[in-house]
Design a protein around this ligand. Structure first.
Ligand SMILES: Nc1ncnc2c1ncn2[C@@H]1O[C@H](COP(=O)(O)OP(=O)(O)OP(=O)(O)O)[C@@H](O)[C@H]1O
Ligand SMILES: [Mg+2]
Length: 288
């Protein structure tokens, strides 16, 4: 079944004040059930737009998305989204934040006791069962991100969509969460699309890395198969020649084939501090 999620011929044009803007063109990607896909590409190329189309938040101008035989035309609980900045409701506890999604999905199929158990189980998966009754303001950024992931997992989505889920976290917290995510995914066999700017994260977690060309009219440039055996250990991989070869291929795509930010400035795009920090991060990656 190589067609669980089928993104086919997708393009999108936005109407902007200065006229139509073509963000994406002819995106084609078939994803297997249980596959972990990373989307990587320079800032502004259209990664979030792809995710938003799969989430049903944006409508493609051409082409479409089919998930498990059904066309995606609006948001639904079968596609849970985790954003970079944990969108928790600040007035609800950790438990209640996960509970909202669970009630939406399981109101008719689980009893109250079953729902309670399910909420607690998912918070255990992300090691947050010690803080059920805390408010978001009382926990750290990494913990909030864990709760966001638990909320998404608890909805048992067909696809988990993650937009730079660990982008705002320090390196150590990020590593812990990557490990948790790998464990959870090996248990549950979730189908995941994750956007990341982090080359190591992409290689560590993915079955395939989808590398996008620069916009406007961005499309898929290359797809890299990450054939490293699982479970994967970050320390062992650091010395693994094949791992290093794979990460070089991603770096080469980003720096040599899609040398983006400078080109874009020439074409009149402005470099935001966000883009500047991404470039310096990628440079650090390359130097490492
Ligand atoms: N609703 C919108 N209306 C107009 N233009 C948009 C809209 N959403 C995105 N764009 C444009 O589409 C392009 C792709 O944006 P997108 O947010 O998908 O990039 P991205 O790859 O996720 O970037 P980043 O890595 O910085 O998050 C950008 O040029 C952006 O300005
Ligand atoms: Mg984005």
């Amino acid at each position: 079944m190589n067609n669980y999620l089928d993104i086919s011929g997708v393009g999108i044009e936005f109407n902007t004040e200065s006229g139509p803007f073509r963000a994406l063109q002819n995106i084609n990607l078939k994803i297997d059930k249980g596959e972990f896909i990373s989307l990587i590409g320079h800032s502004g190329c259209g990664k979030s737009t792809v995710l938003n189309i799969v989430a049903g938040l944006y409508h493609a101008t051409e082409g479409g998305v089919i998930l498990d035989g059904k066309e995606v035309d609006q948001p639904g609980p079968d596609r849970a989204v985790v954003f970079q900045n944990h969108a928790l409701l600040p007035w609800l506890t950790v438990y209640e934040n996960v509970g909202i999604g669970v009630k939406e999905v399981f109101r008719k199929s689980k009893t109250r006791a079953e729902m309670r158990e399910w909420i607690e189980h998912n918070l255990e998966l992300v090691h947050m069962d010690h803080a059920l009754h805390k408010l978001p303001s009382e926990i750290s950024g990494g913990m909030k991100q864990r709760v966001g992931i638990a909320r998404a997992l608890a909805m048992q989505p067909k696809v988990l969509l993650m937009d730079e889920p660990f982008g705002a976290l320090d390196a150590l917290t990020r590593a812990h969460l990557q490990d948790s995510l790998m464990e959870i995914q090996s248990d549950l066999n979730n189908t995941v699309i994750m956007i990341t700017h982090d080359v190591d994260e992409a290689v560590l977690l993915s079955d395939r890395i989808v590398m996008m060309s620069n916009g406007p009219a961005a499309t898929i440039g290359e797809i890299l198969e990450v054939d490293l055996p699982r479970p994967r250990e970050r320390l062992a991989l650091a010395e693994n020649a094949h791992y290093n070869h794979l990460r070089q291929q991603v770096l080469r795509f980003l720096y040599e084939k899609q040398k983006n930010p400078a080109d874009r400035q020439k074409r009149g795009f402005s470099a935001t501090s966000d883009k500047a920090s991404e470039v310096s991060k990628l440079k650090r990656d390359e130097a490492a």
